[in-house]
Design a protein around this ligand. Structure first.
Ligand code: CP
Length: 307
């Protein structure tokens, strides 16, 4: 059964069936990457360009590893060391890369909608690796896959997304993915970091982090994205940590165990303390491991959708 889309631009435009197909394919690839020989020849004839206009550690390395595990040929482009610095446009840049016979483009860009623009103008499959404050679909897929793995399923689970919702593409993609899979979603943060439209997405809204923790099965803690904040949304990082930081003392006040997630990179001591990030409650490195299997599944399914 193929995916319903030729591109992965966001979670909003894929189906619950697409997500389940990605999960069952990722189950197989997770088994592969835990074998002594971690490579399969599935994408031997495919060339993939990783085109990153914004910084990344996890997403970029995870895509590159996924591509190599599938035996694809891989080229990497970083805007900081490219002719973009000489004024070349996005479309010219990508068309030049495609002239080298590239089949798929994985792109991260600071502008919301940049991968959608590319998908309208070029013939390759496009994977959105994060477009500004809009969507980060592969992060949401690896997050929900990790919840499924840890809790045995996603339907009926209560997930609180805590932190800088306003500037977070991870929050938006997670909300869409969790709702498509039947989870209940709450967002929690200072009122200044909750966008006005958030209630229209059908999520619960909570300003008190202790109440959010008491409600949820899973807390997905998000980074304060200072690089996207043009004005001050709260008085200081110290005050944010005091009112919204997740630490052991907050978890000790609960009468149950909850699972802690974070997409990374973590601002330790701000949104998440080390006594939680490195504890048995956290599945942060499982998320990273699952990211490789999820990205292998997406690339494999898109390559077959295009065939
Ligand atoms: N989670 C995530 O997107 O991390 P990077 O920015 O390091 O890729």
């Amino acid at each position: 059964m193929p995916l319903s889309q030729q591109h992965l631009l966001g979670i909003k435009n894929i189906t619950a069936e697409d997500i389940q197909l990605i999960f069952t394919t990722a189950d197989n690839f997770k088994e592969v990457i835990n074998r002594p020989i971690k490579k399969v020849p599935s994408l031997r004839d495919i060339t993939i360009a990783n085109v990153f206009f914004e910084n990344s550690t996890r997403t970029r390395l995870s895509f590159e590893l996924a591509e190599k595990r599938l035996s694809a040929d891989v080229i990497n482009f970083s805007a900081a060391s490219s002719s973009v610095k000489k004024g070349e446009t996005l479309l010219d840049t990508v068309n030049n890369i495609l002239a080298m016979k590239v089949d798929m483009v994985v792109m991260r860009h600071a502008s919301p909608g940049a991968p959608h623009f590319l998908a309208r103008h070029i013939r390759a499959n496009i994977v959105n690796a994060g477009d500004g404050t809009h969507e980060h679909p592969t992060q949401a897929l690896l997050d929900t896959f990790s919840i499924r793995e840890k809790l045995g399923g996603v339907a009926g689970k209560k997930v609180a997304i805590i932190g800088d919702i306003m500037h977070s593409r991870v929050a938006i993609s997670n909300i869409f993915a969790l709702q498509k899979l039947g989870a209940e979603v709450m967002v929690c943060g200072p009122i200044t970091l909750l966008p006005k439209y958030i209630g229209a997405l059908g999520v619960k809204v909570e300003l008190d982090v202790q109440k959010a923790l008491a409600w949820c099965d899973v807390a997905n803690v998000l980074r304060i994205q200072l690089e996207r904040q043009q004005i001050k949304y709260f008085p200081s990082l110290r005050e944010y940590a005091l009112y919204y930081g997740i630490n052991r003392e907050r978890l000790n006040r609960l009468d149950k165990e909850i699972t802690i997630m974070h997409p990374g990179p973590i601002n330790r001591g701000v949104e998440l303390n080390s006594d939680v990030a490195d504890s048995e409650h956290a599945i942060i490195l499982d998320q990273v491991e699952n990211g490789v299997a999820i990205r292998m599944a997406i690339l494999y399914l898109l390559a077959n959708a295009a065939a």
